[in-house]
Write a protein that binds this ligand. Sequence first.
Ligand SMILES: [Zn+2]
Length: 342
Amino acid sequence: MEQLLQQIEKYKQEIAAVTHNGPDSTEAYRIKFLGTKGIVKNLFAEMKNVPNEKKKEFGQILNEFKQLAEAKYESLKKSAGATEEAAPDIDLSLPGDELPLGTRHPISLVKNEIIHIFGRLGFSVAEGPEIEDDWHNFTSLNLPGDHPARDMQDTFYIHKNPDWLLRTHTSSVQARVMEKQKPPIRIICPGRVYRNETISARAHCFFHQTEGLYVDENVSFADLKQTLYFFVQEMFGKDVKVRFRPSYFPFTEPSAEMDINCRICGGVGCNVCKHTGWVEILGSGMVHPKMLENFNIDSNKYTGFAFGMGIERICQLKYRINDLRLYSQNDIRFLKQFISAV
Ligand SMILES: [Zn+2]
């Protein structure tokens, strides 16, 4: 009995000296003291050799020793957890999580390029509301009351009286600028416009335009031609060829549409140019004197030219995008192709 008590004291000192040294040493401690063939079990087995009158006293000592051994095991496990928390399992030498770089939408790319090119010629950007009234969208621009653009079939009206609508072109911005500003005026108006069209590869209920307006003394058709020729050379390359065709717009006189040689087939003929070798890219003309008078600008003193183009059209020729629906479908496979152009 005395010998056993001395042995227990020794074990107690041994337990007190144990410190946390990783999961392996904690497990070794458990096996040594608390395992099925461990010290605690063996000591309990000695009970049968203890004289009956000492059994109670020895039992108490054994139970205390068992609790001590178990408490130590619990504290070893706890400090293992604390160590893991303090030093999480990370490898600082690994490459970090990638933050994917977004891409600019092709419409924005082309719009920004147009702004940049005309900016170099002194044109500044003017903006206006997308919900317009009849005066700014139609009447002030010389669009007569029976013009088909005024038809409910072609325009999204919000209220018929007073006439509020989603602007059908960015010409309404030109009207707003001429209302407030006196010549010289040199602006471009990029923006979104709306028409009541059935959505298909070639038509959409909304699209983007950039219009331009230059009003000053002695502005001639030669200025118009040279400005637009400079623009297409910058946008498509110095080898671009242009041609002007007479046309009609209510707000310009004379009016012309401008074609460039097809950038897709190089002029040989393809679906995009309808096998003519030429593609229409914008409408233009000298500002109608009546329009200047509508805004109290003296048409005897001032002349000007205006032009308008669809941004989607320029995109189609530049990036060969032949379906208008792609622009607004949010298909990531389509959009991420423009990553190098950011
Ligand atoms: Zn072609």
